[in-house]
Each structure stands twice: as structure tokens, then as C-alpha cells.
Design a protein around this ligand. Sequence first.
Ligand SMILES: [Zn+2]
Ligand SMILES: [Zn+2]
Length: 483
Amino acid sequence: MPNQSTGKNSRSVSGRQGDPKTAGAVVVQKKTASRGKSTRSTKAKQNKSKQAPDKNGSPLLRVIPLGGMREIGKNLTVYEYGGDIIVVDCGIAFPEENMPGIDIVIPDFSYLLKNKEKIRGVFLTHGHEDHIGALPYFCRDINVPIYGNRLTIELVRIKLDDRGTGVKGVSLHPVTDGVVIPAGQFSVEFVRVNHSIGDANALAIRTPAGTIFHSGDFKIDYTPVNGEPIDLSRIAAIGDEGVLLLVCESTNVERPGYSTSERKVGESFADLFAKAPGRIVVATFSSNIFRMQQIFTAAEEFGRKVALVGRSMLNVFHAADSLGYLNMKPDTLIDINHIDHYGAEEIVIITTGSQGEPMSALTRMAFSSHRRIEIQPEDTVIISASPIPGNEKPIYRVINELFKRGAHVIYESLSEIHVSGHAYSGELKLIHNLIKPRYFIPGHGEYRHLHKHAELAHEMGTPRGNIFLLNNGDIFEFADGRV
Ligand SMILES: [Zn+2]
Ligand SMILES: [Zn+2]
């Protein structure tokens, strides 16, 4: 398994575009399609797919996850029917502790390279790194149309400009909720869902063998910020048409009940902003434009200006603002170089670094190595994110340093300043109930999440024999009414 890379091992969720030290880093996958361990499905033994329509039956429908199974990251699922392939998502994973020197991990594209001429398009569910981050590498070798909602495509465009060395002529197709794209014998409908980034979609993938509902990352938010709730009536209608296979995310299956609405975070911001004596610094995921919006709204309510710090923060801001997705007065946003023109009580700074990433703006502010901003007593620092498992240590290191400097530090365990973008088990149950799939493949989770989600589906009435725990590289095959 050749793993190599240049640059430092640093992590972030979406802050990596344009990081010059990792540009052009060699990134290599962990597994090949043929090495994946099989549970109940056949393995991708042969890489070159020989799939002429059979004389005795209809063509095979194949589902091959090349990433995102038994891990959270590098989501990529191949759907194949007869001579047509579509790819859903193309993400990266961040390295584990035991992978020193590795920057990022991408899915194994070898199956796709060998079946290049069959690929009719890439369909993106949303613009998070674990769903779009590997496109600069994919697009070097494979040139097919890429479809996604507007913000997703805007973020891909920025990513390819920043990181797509040697990538030219990529055809990007922005779509909107409800659009149906034909792709060979497939057709793909973009269904609106809620998530911690704008323009997130589930996909209803129709094939001659039946419909697949691919959930993407989602939550159910009845009171979202700057957008509409998930399209449950459409999802119910798709369920009523009959769904052959549900592929559904599993991130928060262990959490009972329902996730909290993003709007709740806005209420917490208002409470905190009302009490803050000096500057306010909010660290959050750059991709969460709803969080960004709520910070702008609270800032305006309390007569503060907002400055953005961190390249990924600026990239996402420009992408969202160019689409008209952010509402603010024209003079609310100020340049970071102009913050000295205002009093401390008139300033809010939104920054990257909510995961304690060593090179991030917040870490540098805490350790006095940021060129513009140093944390001072009476600053209020709000960490509006929860630690991605594994990142607790660096985050607490930054929090300790912020306290030492006399700042008021607010983080998740002290206040409701972050909510998850992933469905809790109650929300997952609703989707199972509406979709009523014949077969179910849990995805987007470590093994324990997939296992728990399989239990949930079984409780909801899906027979155990119709539930498949796949590994990356496994093949789920369906033909003539049978798996
Ligand atoms: Zn996501
Ligand atoms: Zn994801």
C-alpha cells in the first residue's frame, strides 16, 4: 500500500482549499476494489466490468461503494447498470493518527479508470470536503459532466481553480432542487434536504431495475436558516412509487430522538453577543453558511461589524454571497485590516480553526503568531463546532491558551452554540418509514454506525436478509428481481 505525501499532517473539515503547502501533495488510497472484505455481497474481483445485457435476463444493477463505508470520509459510490455508470460524490478523508506524513486520503479510482467510457456523470449531494474533495484528482484522468446544486458547484469551481493542477475543461452543471438529469439508462432527481451546508440534496436514482434513494448527508430541520425544510412530501411520493434500495447515512444513528434546529444556535449567539464586553471571535466550519448568516444577524442586532479570517472562510463567503445566499447590510462586512478603526465592542471576527488545526487562524491568534490579531483580555471567543473525534486534544490546547490570555471562552459543553447537521435516529426512522425500501445499505459511518443502522432498519421491518453491510470495494448486484 504505497502511501506517501508531502507537507505536514494537519486536519480541517473544509479549510484546505488553497493551502499552498499541500498543493500537489501525492495522495494515495488505502484499499483497492479487490481487497475490500466482503460481508454478504460479492467482491470486485475483476476490475474491468463485463456487463453486456444478458440474453436470459436484464442487465445487472451494481452498487459499488469505493469509500465512505466503515469510515467517515472519502464518500464515493458507483452505480452501474448495463453499459452505464454514474458516480455519486467524490470526497477525501483525513488521515488517521497512524498515518504520519499523509495529508489526505482519496478513494481508489482504478475501477472507474478501467471503465472510463461507461461513466455518464458525477452527481454531488453537497459541497463538504468528504463529498467533493477528491475531484481535483478524479478530474485529472476522467472528464465527464459534474452535476450538483449551485453552492456545491461554486465550491467545486473554487477548488478546481485552487487545487486542480493540470485539470482543464471540466464541465460543471449547476442544478436546483427538483431537477431530474438523464444519464444513460439512469435518471437522477435532486431532492432538497437540510444539512450543515446550503444546497444539500438526496438523490432519487431511477434505473430500469428500480429506484435507489441515496440520502446524502441530511437532517430534518423544520425551521432552517435561509432556506426551506427538507422536502418530506417529495420523499414520501418517491417512497410511494416504490424504492428498490435505500442507501442512507448513519453518522448520528447512536443519538436518540431528533437533532436541534440550526435556528437554536442563533438564539444562543444573541444571548452571548448581548453580554460580550469586548471583541467577539467566533470559530466555526467555513462551509456552514447558515452559521455565518446567524453571526451576521446577531452582529447587526448588536451594532457590530464583521470581519472574516481564513482563506476557506473567504472562499465560502464569496461563493454563497455571489449566489445571494447571505443577507446583510452592505456595510456590515469589513476588511480585517480595518478592525482598528472600530472599538472592541463593535467588532465580530469569524475565523477558521474550530478543530484546533495548528496552522489555522484561531490557533495563531491564541499563540500570538497571527499577523493581524492577537487575543486579548475581554475578548469573547466562541467555538461554534464540536470536536471531530480525534481532534479533542488540539482544540483543548487552543482553549487552554485562550483562557490563559484572559479571554472568555465559550465552547460546546458550556452553551448551545453548535448543532449537528446529521439526522438522529428519530429522523432516520422517519426516512425509512417514508421510503419503505426493499433493500437497505447503511452508509457514511464507521462499522458500529452501520451495524446500529442495520438494527434500526430491521426494527422498522426490513428483513435481515435484505440489509447489506458493505465494505469499500464490495459489489452489491441485483438482476431479475434478486440480489
Ligand atoms: Zn456533509
Ligand atoms: Zn459527509
